[in-house]
Design a protein around this ligand. Structure first.
Ligand SMILES: [Zn+2]
Length: 171
């Protein structure tokens, strides 16, 4: 193993992710190469130093102060760009209201178009059609060659015709 290969594989060696054969070759190389041995020592000391640093914990009010700061920076940027955030907020709100109103108007317009105004339904008792059997017109309209169907029609309506005739004569 040469120095270049040692440096390339050193990260894996530190993290103990290289093969046993590579780890053996790395240790062998460090025995005979003081520069790579010193590199390994420096890296390991640096890692030890970083691990022993106290952990950083944010103060309890850190998040609130962060958001305040972000809001303040947004305000400063808006002022610097020449538009007030209140104006942009009002414009956004007005646009949202306009879109909402347009949608509601469309819904109502659609519903109004769907309503059909129709004439009211008036129910009336149908007039009783005068029976052709009560007159002599039936006899005149019956063709002489087709004697079957008028007879069927007459036979099917004869009971109601006779009842109506009897009721009319009783009055
Ligand atoms: Zn070396």
């Amino acid at each position: 193993m040469d120095c270049r290969e040692f440096r390339e594989k050193h990260g894996l060696y530190i993290d103990e992710l290289c093969s046993d054969l590579d780890a053996f070759e790395m240790r062998s190389h460090m025995r005979f190469c003081p520069e790579c041995d010193r590199h390994d020592t420096v890296v390991r000391r640096g890692m030890l130093l970083v691990r022993n640093l106290p952990s950083i914990r944010p103060s309890p009010q850190f998040q609130a102060r962060l958001y305040d700061r972000i809001r303040a920076e947004s305000l400063n940027r808006a002022i610097a760009s020449g538009t007030s955030p209140r104006l942009t907020q009002w414009v956004s709100l007005a646009a949202a209201v306009a879109v909402l109103a347009f949608g509601v108007a469309r819904i109502f317009a659609t519903r109004q178009a769907d309503i059909y105004r129709m004439a009211p339904v008036v129910a009336s008792k149908p007039l009783r059609a005068s029976s052709p059997f009560g007159t002599s017109a039936l006899v005149a309209t019956v063709p002489t060659g087709m004697s079957i169907w008028p007879a069927i029609v007459m036979a099917s309506q004869a009971p109601s015709h006779l009842a109506a005739t009897e009721l009319a004569s009783e009055r």
